[in-house]
Design a protein around this ligand. Structure first.
Ligand SMILES: C[S@@+](CC[C@H](N)C(=O)[O-])C[C@H]1O[C@@H](n2cnc3c(N)ncnc32)[C@H](O)[C@@H]1O
Length: 421
């Protein structure tokens, strides 16, 4: 146990610059599994970047943070996230927050075993981006002891205090409480997530979630480390488009380099920009059609992923908006026999999400204001921004839209016209 403790401290210090101190007998977290869970949550957040206010920090909840406070420390160091975390041993967790000088990002709430896990933790006036939870596993001390006896003793044989590992009804009942709280809180939190230790529990939770009409998005994954497999489930009351290809990019090993966490980097992770438009005419389908026609004009591959969310996925394979490409297009229309040049590349220049968030239709204020959230999923950021500027200009050419603001990672570039001309 001595070596395991020292190895954990050294790994956290070396890879993440985290200082940890855990009193004897308390659970020592396995760094790799905690790291994988945080990366998975990060991938989930990338899927919903269009809901975020780029000016605000990402804020998450950790139910049962343990004496280590491991998830808030990792999330904060890696991505600059803010956390509200709870535990029955919150005072010990606070020591680790202080030792890492993260009091401005992580706050702690002391709870009792029977407290509702999320309702006790959230401040309902706020909105949260996600919650994480590694629930106590076992239903009884006897179940815990018999499991540890059956297992071959791994390096990490580390049962922790009884209150850390045992809860009435085991993990299944604990996650059911999370689920019940989520049915009350609904859109207060974008992603509800939990780790699950047993396959039986995992299958039954997924089945339960699938049966709930109000839950509109469910996602799960599996983490394997040596002989140990754990599952994670996520659900949401938002209808979220999941880019499966993107989800698979989550690295599974520890990072080869140290991460520096700054709030700038945090914003970089979610490459979200906003165009605030003033729309002279308020017809529902009009803007959607006009946006579509611009995509056609620039020869972008596009797909209306959700008519309800007015969400497009857009792919650019040729830089059709560059001056050179436009000149070439003109020459081809004047002299159609000219050689057409190279075919489009096999690799996209960028893939992005465009979502139209309409202003309040009921308000009599005219003209209507509309926000376009544009999120770069992957690709060349410079070319992506240059396309956005052309896109904005093309919108203004219709004569019924005026771009009021162009916001990149919370930095306003108003007025847009001077950028375009
Ligand atoms: C398996 S440990 C996880 C600790 C840490 N998150 C980790 O991954 O290493 C479960 C934690 O849940 C806490 N816990 C038990 N009942 C709780 C409740 N009702 N609300 C919040 N936390 C609770 C326990 O004290 C324990 O620290």
């Amino acid at each position: 146990m001595f070596y395991y403790r020292q190895l954990t401290y050294a790994l956290l210090k070396d890879q993440f610059e985290i200082n940890l101190e855990i009193p004897d007998g308390y659970l020592i977290p396995t760094v790799t599994s905690r790291y994988k869970y945080i990366l998975w949550v990060h991938e989930l957040l990338l899927q919903v970047a269009e809901y975020f206010d780029a000016k605000k920090s990402i804020i998450g909840l950790d139910v049962g943070t343990g004496a280590s406070c491991i998830y808030p420390l990792l999330g904060s160091k890696l991505f600059g996230w803010h956390f509200r975390a709870s535990d029955r041993c919150a005072k010990l967790a606070l020591k680790n927050v202080t030792a890492n000088k993260l009091e401005n990002r992580i706050s702690l709430v002391l709870v009792d075993e029977d407290d509702p896990p999320l309702l006790k933790l959230v401040d309902q006036a706020n909105r949260y981006h996600f919650c994480v939870c590694n629930p106590p596993f076992f239903n009884s001390k006897e179940e815990q002891e018999s499991t540890h006896l059956r297992q071959t003793k791994p390096l990490s044989d580390n049962p922790g205090k009884e209150h850390e590992a045992v809860t009435r009804g085991g993990e299944l009942e604990f996650i059911e409480k999370l689920l019940q709280d989520s049915l009350t809180l609904k859109k207060t939190i974008i992603w509800y997530t939990s780790l699950v230790g047993k396959k039986r529990s995992f299958l039954s939770i997924v089945k339960r979630l699938k049966g709930l009409r109000e839950v509109t998005t469910i996602k799960w994954t599996q983490f394997t480390q040596g002989k140990t497999t754990r599952w994670a489930v996520a659900w949401s009351f938002y209808a979220i488009y999941i880019d499966e290809e993107r989800m698979q990019t989550a690295p599974t090993a520890l990072p080869a380099k140290r991460f520096k966490s700054t709030s700038e980097e945090n914003k970089e992770v979610l490459k979200t920009t906003q165009l605030l438009l003033s729309v002279a005419s308020g017809h529902k389908e009009e803007l959607l059609d006009d946006v579509r026609s611009i995509f056609k004009e620039y020869e972008l591959k596009y797909n209306l992923e959700s008519a309800l969310l007015q969400l497009f996925k857009v792919e650019a394979r040729t830089c059709t908006w560059s001056r050179r490409a436009r000149r070439k297009k003109k020459r081809l229309s004047d002299f159609p026999s000219e050689p057409k040049g190279l075919p489009p590349s096999d690799f996209p220049i960028f893939i992005a999400l465009f979502q139209i968030l309409r202003g309040d239709d009921k308000s009599l204020a005219r003209p209507l204001q509309v926000t376009l959230w544009i999120t770069l999923l992957r690709g060349d950021f410079g070319k992506f921004v240059s396309f956005e500027l052309h896109f904005a200009r093309a919108l203004e050419k219709f004569g019924k839209y005026k771009v009021l603001n162009y916001n990149v990672y919370g930095r306003s570039l108003t007025p847009i016209k001077s950028d375009l001309r």
